[in-house]
Design a protein around this ligand. Structure first.
Ligand code: 0O3
Ligand code: SF4
Length: 320
């Protein structure tokens, strides 16, 4: 039932990016091809529902490779791993399928290249996040993590003319540029990454939220608490003028009171979120008079990635 003056602005793009799609399909196809159990180091992507669904099909999620039986199959998550993790897996004779997103691998390669050229690398990102640990592990002796503005003054470099900043792929674009400005005040000769490290999907999801937020009394972001890119969407919505914004994994987590005095609700989802969860939110809203849904598109996405080579070699051509 739609009620006059109540509407939903549905953001596009939202939900799965190319790297998440590839990683989730990798685990599904590994289960089909080799049978359960398939071990997965860390959550394949940071989404409760995805992890629970794959678990129900026979995936076993572990924190570290030493929890995987010798010789078993392990998938590395989309967020990437350090070379040390590859070595640990080889030491245990594990069969590895690496589902690291190619856009995360791109940042790893930048880290290796600039470390070899003698740069100090300032990696802007969240300390403790898997992606940051993986990238830092490529050259730990020359990579310092800059978690936020408060870290800028703590950075120490060997040669201020040989410094480069790199970043995690899922940060707030605006906040990162602010941190870069602060770093540049300390290191005016600092080099920038050869291309954007914050990936196309992160940027597009933030851009559309920025465009709809000023019109929204409430923005609901579907995503999990440990999903960096999803959490950033709530922050971006509030910064861009949404009156309120909340992150929910599922429709049943929405609080009825959030709708008090609300006429326009923005809806979006993080890069690790299956569309069925957004559909659940739209149904929940429609039942409360928000049945009028306007799609707001800020960009078209067409990128896809081929499956990891370790899996492709075992698949029939039609499956790969
Ligand atoms: O990195 P983040 O916490 O946002 O991870 P998600 O939610 O799994 O989304 C996919 C992003 C990714 C694999 C690294 O870029
Ligand atoms: Fe890859 Fe970007 Fe998706 Fe991360 S958010 S998995 S970098 S496409």
């Amino acid at each position: 039932m739609s009620v006059p003056n109540r509407r939903v602005l549905l953001a596009a793009p939202r939900g799965y990016c190319a790297g998440v799609d590839r990683a989730v399909i990798t685990v599904e196809k590994a289960l089909e091809q080799y049978g359960a159990p398939v071990y997965v180091r860390k959550q394949i992507v940071h989404n409760k529902h995805v992890v629970a669904t794959l678990e129900a099909r026979g995936a076993i999620f572990v924190e570290e490779t030493d929890e995987v039986p010798e010789g078993a199959l392990v998938v590395f998550s989309a967020h990437g791993v350090s070379p040390a993790v590859h070595h640990e897996a080889a030491d245990r004779n594990l069969r590895v399928i690496d589902a690291t997103c190619p856009l995360v691998t791109k940042v790893h390669k930048e880290a290796v290249k600039f470390a070899a050229e003698g740069y100090d690398i300032l990696l802007i990102g969240h300390r403790g996040h898997e992606e940051v640990e993986g990238t830092q592990g490529e050259a730990p002796e020359v990579i310092q993590v800059v978690n936020d503005a408060s870290d800028v003054d703590k950075v120490e470099v060997a040669d201020p003319s040989k410094v480069i900043w790199l970043s995690q792929t899922t940060l707030s674009v605006d906040e990162t540029l602010d941190t870069v400005d602060l770093l540049r005040r300390r290191f005016p000769l600092m080099t920038s990454p050869p291309s954007d490290d914050i990936c196309y999907a992160t940027q597009n999801r933030q851009e559309v939220v920025k465009q709809i937020a000023p019109e929204c009394d409430l923005v609901i972001v579907v995503g999990s608490r440990n999903s960096s890119n999803s959490v950033r969407l709530v922050e971006v919505a509030l910064d861009a003028g949404a009156r309120t914004s909340y992150l929910v994994d599922f429709a049943h987590e929405i609080d009825e009171s959030w709708l008090n005095g609300v006429s326009t609700v923005g809806v979006t989802s993080g890069a690790s979120v299956p569309e069925e969860l957004v559909e659940g939110v739209l149904e929940w809203l429609a039942e409360r008079g928000f049945a009028d849904v306007e799609l707001f598109t800020a960009a078209k996405e067409t990128l896809t990635f081929s499956l990891p080579k370790e899996l492709r070699k075992d698949l029939r051509p039609a499956q790969a």
